[in-house]
Design a protein around this ligand. Structure first.
Ligand SMILES: Nc1ncnc2c1ncn2[C@@H]1O[C@H](COP(=O)(O)OP(=O)(O)OP(=O)(O)O)[C@@H](O)[C@H]1O
Length: 307
């Protein structure tokens, strides 16, 4: 379990993190979200003991990160933002080095390094220097060092940043596999990652926690929650669609000519839209019901509007 209590960080006059409190249980995958400069990396550095807080406390499985740092760090795996250092080392030497720093030697060191090489599928690059790796492999090496000691808590700062879609998919699958029975905290700007991976969202803006809920609850705040989009080659009677009960507004999507009906809060539009299509005999290629758009909720919440 992670217990964060009244955590703050000042950089001279600037308050980067302001009075954060939350607890996280094993099995939870937390999406730590916020716009640039919101305080995500600063918070992660305080959670992992790399930065001392100005106020407040962090306990990792009962260990206070300020007072029992070594014990807390034994149960922590951390993937910092960006690439691993030691660019001139080969992947194998880097992993052996990390293993030794973690206190392993002999057979156990060899076995642990082999396990992460297999887990992260690093076999074909072990002799390559870290500087020459593609971004995807770089991230995988970063993850390999973070999980070598099988930590109960994994803190990953933008784990898929800069990866291509295939690599993103691979790293997400890996995080899913690692997440079982652990606590995983992921800082990300990529909202599809939150839907794909996270069980809970902590959204911060200006260093303050503004939302703590599930991705599903967050998407329910979207004005597009339960919105219905119609794709049709025929021109549809927009006035009739707008007049349907529960319709708040209608948007024309110029990119593909589709129409999106936005519901009034709590309204379910699909049955009435479907009935109108049947009644009019319209040729509609597709009727799509949305669960909500996280990007729109994110924008509204982090600009200080209520959602
Ligand atoms: N070492 C530092 N000295 C002074 N100010 C800092 C320092 N580190 C961070 N800050 C400031 O603290 C604020 C929060 O920065 P932080 O890196 O935590 O944001 P972030 O949410 O991780 O942003 P991004 O999404 O851009 O990575 C920013 O205003 C940043 O400029």
């Amino acid at each position: 379990m992670i217990e964060v209590s009244k955590l703050s960080k000042h950089f001279s006059e600037h308050l980067a993190v302001n009075n954060l409190s939350f607890t996280i249980q094993p099995g939870e995958v937390i999406g730590f979200l916020g716009p640039n400069g919101a305080g995500k990396s600063t918070t992660m550095k305080m959670l992992t003991g790399f930065l001392a807080p100005s106020a407040g406390s962090v306990k990792i499985h009962g260990f206070d990160i300020a007072k029992q740092r070594i014990s807390a760090q034994r149960v922590l795996g951390y993937l910092p933002e960006g690439a691993p250092c030691y660019g001139e080392m080969t992947v194998l030497d880097f992993l052996l080095f990390i293993g030794k720093v973690r206190g392993y030697h002999g057979k156990e060191l060899q076995e642990r390094v082999k396990r992460v090489i297999d887990l992260l599928e690093l076999g074909r690059v072990i002799g390559q220097s870290i500087d020459t790796l593609s971004k995807g492999f770089n991230r995988r090496v970063g993850l390999a060092q973070a999980v070598m000691h099988e930590p109960k808590v994994l803190i990953l700062d933008e784990p898929t940043d800069g990866l291509d879609p295939n690599q993103k998919h691979q790293v997400r699958q890996l995080i899913k596999a690692l997440a079982k029975d652990r606590i995983v905290i992921i800082s990300t700007h990529i909202l599809e990652e939150v839907s794909a991976l996270c069980t809970r969202v902590l959204l911060i803006a200006h260093g303050e926690l503004i939302v703590d809920e599930t991705p599903h609850q967050l998407s329910q705040r979207s004005k597009y929650h339960q919105a219905v989009t119609l794709y049709s080659e025929d021109a549809l009677d927009q006035a009739a669609l707008k007049a349907l009960p529960g319709v708040q507004s209608l948007e024309e999507n110029s990119r593909d000519g589709s129409l999106t009906l936005i519901p009034e809060p709590g309204a379910v539009l699909f049955p009435v839209v479907n009935a109108l299509i049947q009644q009019r005999g319209w040729q509609v290629q597709e009727v799509a019901v949305e669960s909500g758009r996280l990007d729109e909720v994110f924008r509204r919440l982090t600009r200080g509007e209520s959602a």
